[in-house]
Each structure stands twice: as structure tokens, then as C-alpha cells.
Ligand binder design. Sequence first.
Ligand SMILES: *[C@@H]1O[C@H](CO)[C@@H](O)[C@H](O)[C@H]1NC(C)=O
Ligand SMILES: *[C@@H]1O[C@H](CO)[C@@H](O)[C@H](O)[C@H]1NC(C)=O
Ligand SMILES: *[C@@H]1O[C@H](CO)[C@@H](O)[C@H](O)[C@H]1NC(C)=O
Ligand SMILES: *[C@@H]1O[C@H](CO)[C@@H](O)[C@H](O)[C@H]1NC(C)=O
Ligand SMILES: *[C@@H]1O[C@H](CO)[C@@H](O)[C@H](O)[C@H]1NC(C)=O
Ligand SMILES: *[C@@H]1O[C@H](CO)[C@@H](O)[C@H](O)[C@H]1NC(C)=O
Ligand SMILES: *[C@@H]1O[C@H](CO)[C@@H](O)[C@H](O)[C@H]1NC(C)=O
Length: 434
Amino acid sequence: MSTFSRSLSHKQRALTVSSPRLFDKSVSSPRFSSRKSEVSRLFRVLIAIGSVVSFFLAIGGGYLYVLPNLTKAFHEENLVSFNGSDSFCDIFDGKWVVDNSYPLYNASECPFVEKGFNCLDNGRTNNDYLKWRWKPRNCEIPRVDVHNVLEILRNKRIVFVGDSMSRTQWESLICLLMTGVRDKGSVYEVNGNKITKVIRFLGVKFSSFNLTVEFYRSVFLVQHTWSSKYGIKRVRSTLKLDKLDDISNEWTNADVLIFNSGQWWVPGKLFGVGCYFQVNNTLRLGMSIQTAFRTALETWSSWIDTKINPNRTRVFFRTFEPSHWSNLTLRLCNVTNQPLSETNGQESSSFSDAVLQVAHSMRVPVNVLHITPMSAFRKDAHVGLWSDNPSLSDCSHWCLPGVPDLWNEMVFSYLYGSYRHTPLHQQREFNSLD
Ligand SMILES: *[C@@H]1O[C@H](CO)[C@@H](O)[C@H](O)[C@H]1NC(C)=O
Ligand SMILES: *[C@@H]1O[C@H](CO)[C@@H](O)[C@H](O)[C@H]1NC(C)=O
Ligand SMILES: *[C@@H]1O[C@H](CO)[C@@H](O)[C@H](O)[C@H]1NC(C)=O
Ligand SMILES: *[C@@H]1O[C@H](CO)[C@@H](O)[C@H](O)[C@H]1NC(C)=O
Ligand SMILES: *[C@@H]1O[C@H](CO)[C@@H](O)[C@H](O)[C@H]1NC(C)=O
Ligand SMILES: *[C@@H]1O[C@H](CO)[C@@H](O)[C@H](O)[C@H]1NC(C)=O
Ligand SMILES: *[C@@H]1O[C@H](CO)[C@@H](O)[C@H](O)[C@H]1NC(C)=O
């Protein structure tokens, strides 16, 4: 479609950033890493501006929208020059760096963080885990201005669909946005419901902005049916891999759709409770979980391609969230104080690979939030024993504030660029000024 995306592998396709040459140099210079000096602070400002612009240029290349004003200002001041498509920034390839300006909110002041994820409030004393920022190798993820983001989200509907990891990201996104809302009482759950682990729908309205942020619990994305019609004793229910969840018609009119699935596709949560797969009304007793997941994803992708209007809806799929059990069977979990220095093979996952592959061949553009590698480092960021059930340690879920905030910063950056509605040819004109 454009020179920006042509040379990308499908793994990088999701959210990529073209990175001016200057970034590459300054990022690796010692001056840049000494965050205390004034010079480096200035550098950071310039680099932040530059990366906002380059981020949106790349997004614009793929999705036809860019941020015109900043782009223009940026070129007028002639800070750095772009050189077309020869350098790229894969925002999912990077490292965690200490940043004492984090966390971005206080969970105890946000009513939408569920008790189980508020680790500080549940007694975690070491708070080093809160002070990390994700730094892509060749660029920066722009620090999001919550007021600007709230403005571009006015009158919109953001919908999260998935499992408890999706609920965490939903909570994080609400809390991030609430830091920009003075009257906290103007933000409320539409049915007055409390957050629970099994609730199927939660919708939080930001009434001053006519913005709703919704969560639909659909752990497999496809239809789950209790059934004994097969007359096989161990088959108590089936997943209809060729039918999307029956609440899916609630998702179609969203402006932003953010999906995930994966954590429930394990033997214990399927065969262990008598749940088997079904395709085209036929029971598939021998089908592997990987094949079933792939089949469900294909059902999801054809649903997106037929039901979603890409002019209206921005679609994201978040890849698998690594867990850090020492021994899952024994539920041994040892949360560290610092991130790991190695991903220990957890940077990839067959679930993530399936998502990347399926998303690659869709009509509707899907932004794959390939957060598997970045999250794989964060053994320090799980709820551990600081949850609502201190008798069971948990190395799957994440503390809030924490890692899901960084996933949302990526979403915001993308949306901020996407909603600026400037056609690609105008962006090209700006780009050709240098
Ligand atoms: C810009 O990119 C082209 C092709 O990728 C390369 O040949 C050229 O040397 C680059 N120019 C600069 C100034 O880096
Ligand atoms: C978060 O807010 C609570 C309640 O206002 C306060 O007691 C606590 O000290 C704050 N925590 C941090 C880390 O600022
Ligand atoms: C609020 O947003 C919805 C779309 O989410 C829109 O249909 C409705 O007209 C908006 N209401 C007002 C008062 O703007
Ligand atoms: C579904 O089942 C029907 C009847 O059993 C069969 O005719 C049809 O070809 C099957 N479709 C697929 C896609 O397998
Ligand atoms: C999306 O917008 C383009 C350009 O305005 C238009 O040609 C196309 O028909 C629209 N697609 C849908 C599904 O509305
Ligand atoms: C976990 O513990 C069980 C029971 O002791 C043992 O059989 C299994 O090998 C352990 N798994 C790993 C990955 O260490
Ligand atoms: C937990 O990790 C710490 C440091 O990484 C290590 O010293 C300790 O032995 C570990 N405990 C268990 C039960 O693995």
C-alpha cells in the first residue's frame, strides 16, 4: 500500500514507526542516557516531538491519517530530517528503562481498579516495579497528553473484548483517562455494577465527554454452549469454533475494538471441565488446542471483515500475555523486584504467532499489539501475593498501575494519530519538504 509498510515483515506490521537517523545516534550516546543534564532534557523534548511525528507518519503510511500540525511545526523548525523508508522503528522491539515519572496514576484514587490488582494497597512495599518505561530500540513512544486524548475520544465508544487480561487493560485505560477528569463523579458504570471476575458486561461512561469504555467478557471469542446432545459423558459443553460469541453483535458499532484471547486455551480450562470443540455442528474430539485457537481466530477475522466498517472502527488484537510461574502445576510464583534481563524464550508464543498470521491476511486493517516480548521481561510486575486472595500467589495477572498502562500508551498514540484525519497525500507533501 505504501512505501512505509512494504518492507515490513508481518510481525512488524502492527504498529511501526519510521525513525529519523538522528534518533538512532542520540539514543545510543552517553549524553542521552544521562537524564539529569539540561542538554539531555532538551534532547529528550526534541526527540519526543520527533518521535510523535515519526510515529504518526508511519501510522499515516499504513492507515492514511497523520497529525498535521505537529508535522508542520516540526518541519518548519527543521529539527531533524526524515529519510523516507530506510529506517523503521518496531515499537515492540526495545527494552525497559527506569523512569521515575511513572506510574501514571494512583490506583487507590481510581475506583475502577479492582481490589485484586491494586498491589500497593494489598501490601506490596517495594515499589520499584512502578518506575519502568518501555523504550523501543529506535524511537520513543510519545508520552500521552490525557487532555488531548480525551478530546479526540469525545462521543466515542471503546470496547474491550476478552478475558481478565482484557479487563485489566480496560481498568488501566479508564484510570489513565480519569487523571484528566476533574469531576471524578462524572465517570460511572452505566448499570451501577461492581467489577467482578465473571461479569459479562461493564460500561464506564465519561459523561463530560460522552465517551464510553466497555468491557465484554468473552474468554474464547467464540460461542460456548452447554450440551449433552452428543451422548458422550465427558462432553459437557462445546466451543463452536465457527460461530463468534453470541454477544458479538454488541461490538459492531464501536469506534475502537480491542480484543485478546489465549489464557483460557489450556487443557485444564477446556478438556479438564468437559469442554470440547465443535465445527459445523460436528464434534471434533481429537482437535488440538492450537488448531482450535487458529480456527476460532479465523472465525473472528471473517466476522471482522464482514461486520466491521474500517472507516468507523479501529481494530486492535493484543497478543499473548506471558506469565512467570516457577511451576504452574504447583502454582509456585516468585515475583521479583526487578524486571528480568532475558525473556527466557517467552518473547514468543504460538498464540501470538497465530494472531500475527491471521491479522496479516485481513481486509480490515488490524493493529496487532504485539506485547508478548515486552511483557516477557516483567516478572516483577505480577500481582503475586498482593492480590485479593493472599493465600494463592498469581504470576499471570498484572499489578495496576503497571504493564497494561504501557499497552494503553501504545493504543493512545495510535488513536491520537489516527483521528487527525489528514489524507496521506498531504502528509507526503509535508514529508517532501525536507
Ligand atoms: C536515504 O535513504 C536512501 C535509500 O534508503 C539512501 O540511499 C540515502 O543514502 C539516504 N540518505 C541519507 C541522507 O541518509
Ligand atoms: C495514593 O492515594 C492514597 C489515597 O489518596 C494515598 O493514601 C496514597 O499515599 C497514595 N499513594 C501514592 C503512592 O501516592
Ligand atoms: C454520544 O456518542 C454517541 C456515540 O457513541 C452518539 O451516537 C451520540 O449522538 C452522542 N451524544 C451526544 C449528545 O453528542
Ligand atoms: C457442514 O456440514 C454440512 C452437512 O453436514 C456439509 O454439507 C457441509 O459441507 C459442511 N461444511 C463445512 C464447511 O464443512
Ligand atoms: C470508506 O471510505 C471510503 C472513502 O471515503 C469509501 O470509498 C468506502 O466506500 C468506505 N467504506 C465503507 C465500508 O463505508
Ligand atoms: C512442577 O512440579 C511438578 C510436581 O512436583 C513436577 O512434576 C513438574 O515437573 C514441575 N514442573 C516444572 C516445569 O518444573
Ligand atoms: C525467588 O527469587 C529470588 C531472587 O530471584 C531467589 O533468591 C529465591 O530463591 C526464589 N525463591 C523461590 C521459591 O524460587
